[in-house]
Design a protein around this ligand. Structure first.
Ligand code: SF4
Length: 483
């Protein structure tokens, strides 16, 4: 296995080899730091073997002490990815004892992301008009509709010119550099309404992601070609923010895509190379079936009113396994107030069609929309529980937290929901996290006094809960809360 990994690394040489590409995790040549890296690695290994349980990862404090003893040639401390790069580069000649996998396991600080064994690779489509007019949707014209350029994933996409090959390859390289597995990958394609992009762009985009998976696994590197095709939104001079809706996202983006001579090809705002046939896509998918970096899931996002029988067939042909769909609200009144452009019946129809076709569904809900109240959001969450067949009771228990000297209750806590099948409480809030200090203290106190399991759902968690069909998040929270 070690030999195979070394061969793979050796094959990735040249200007785009891991260690030379864009981004801090990859911009590092371990050979220039050989002496300090080897000393550092030996010290880590010695400390691991001295532990009572050598299977345990090193504590953050112990790791930090070692890193401080071997500073990075006058420029701060070595990062984990740099240590791993050093291990991979020098293990064959230095005879380190833990082996690459063992060394990474003792270092890895955030294994959660890939703990399931599947590495999520998120890529964004290019900025493109969207048929929706939702009032809550941001208008950042450097991004595909509904995304903001301040988010890390969006910045990665922008840095890679929204090119599917570059985004996929760079993300895999980054995961590899910090020791995550890259043999099973879930591709998550985000950006506006995927169903509204021209079909040939959709096919090309997915095909290029598969090309990157196949190339990465085989130690090939096609980034030089992709670099020449990347889109630069830095040339996009108009900025729209907040309420500045005129001239509107769609018009600005359309003008930008047309301005480039390359984009002038046809009316579909695509460049000449942004086309592929289903036959070419299926060929790339077939190759991937036996590749070392295999795709095990493809997530695409769309709106309920774009799902019909033809779209379901198209999603299936693209290889989609999971559809990320924006419910946003289950109230026709709130959907209309927010100019969502579809009603609850469309959501029901889309869900039925997707279920019949066997897709997994990630449903997005948005609390605090125009016209919503904390009570209506809580009622919506109850409807989500119902849809998931999770039994619930609303505010069935009050936990006394404090009494005065005469025994009168001075402080109590009543979680919003109790889920009897999970023996679990859920408390909801749409307040900002920094304003929920008292609530968090009460939850901690109730946990301490009564041993109950309580999860606070923040604004973003409402979305996550619905998106993950509730059970995964709750299951993880249950795991965390076990004594
Ligand atoms: S459909 Fe989605 S991307 Fe389009 S405007 Fe509405 S929220 Fe934004």
């Amino acid at each position: 296995m070690v030999q195979e990994t070394s061969r793979l690394d050796a094959a990735r040489t040249g200007p785009y080899a891991p260690g030379v590409g864009r981004g801090p995790a990859l911009d590092f040549d371990p050979h220039q730091h050989r002496a300090s890296l080897c000393a550092l690695i030996r010290e880590v290994e010695a400390l691991v073997l001295e532990q009572t349980n050598p299977e345990q990862p090193l504590s953050a404090a112990a790791m930090h002490r070692i890193l401080r003893r071997h500073p990075r040639q006058g420029r701060g401390l070595y990062s984990h990815s740099e240590l791993i790069a050093g291990y991979r580069a020098f293990a064959p000649s230095e005879g380190f004892v833990l082996g690459e996998a063992g060394f990474i396991a003792r270092l890895q600080m955030r294994p959660v992301r890939t703990q399931s064994g599947v590495t999520p690779v998120t890529v964004l489509t290019k900025p493109f008009p969207c048929p929706g007019q939702c009032v809550f949707c941001p208008n950042d014209v450097r991004m595909p509709k509904s995304y903001l350029s301040v988010e890390p994933g969006c910045q990665r996409a922008e840095a890679n010119g929204f090119d599917p090959y570059l985004q996929t390859y760079q993300r895999l390289s980054a995961f590899h550099a910090i020791g995550h597995p890259t043999d099973k990958v879930e591709l998550i394609v985000l950006g506006g309404t995927f169903s509204f992009y021209p079909e040939s762009y959709q096919v090309w985009f997915i095909k290029r992601c598969f090309d990157a998976l196949n190339d990465f696994g085989a130690g090939r590197d096609g980034r030089a070609l992709a670099e020449s095709q990347r889109l630069s939104v830095h040339e996009q001079r108009v900025r729209l923010h907040g309420r500045d809706l005129a001239p509107g996202y769609n018009r600005v983006v359309t003008r930008f895509l047309r301005a480039d001579a390359e984009h002038a090809v046809g009316e579909d705002l695509l460049r000449s190379f942004e086309h592929a046939s289903f036959a070419a896509l299926h060929e790339a998918q077939r190759e991937n079936e036996t590749a070392r970096t295999r795709n095990v899931g493809l997530v695409l996002e769309t709106r309920p009113d774009h799902i019909d029988e033809a779209e379901v067939i198209c999603l299936r042909r693209l290889g989609c396994t999971k559809v990320q769909i924006g419910y946003q609200s289950l109230s026709d009144e709130i959907l209309s107030l927010n100019k969502r452009g579809h009603d609850l019946a469309a959501t029901r129809r889309a869900t039925r069609l997707l279920r019949q076709a066997g897709f997994k569904i990630l449903a997005h809900m948005m609390p605090n929309l125009l016209g919503a109240t904390p009570q209506s959001d809580i009622a919506e969450l109850a409807r989500v529980f119902d849809a998931l067949h999770v039994r619930w009771r609303y505010e069935p228990h009050t936990f006394v937290l404090r009494r005065d000297r005469r025994g009168h209750v001075t402080e109590a806590f009543t979680p919003d929901f109790y889920l009897p099948d999970l023996d679990y409480y859920v408390e909801c809030t749409v307040a900002r996290r920094r304003l929920t200090r008292v609530k968090r203290r009460k939850v901690a106190e109730a946990r301490r006094l009564y041993g109950i399991m309580v999860e606070i759902l923040y604004r973003a968690d409402f979305e996550t809960l619905a998106r993950r069909w509730a059970l995964r998040r709750l299951a993880a929270a249950l795991d965390r809360s076990r004594p």
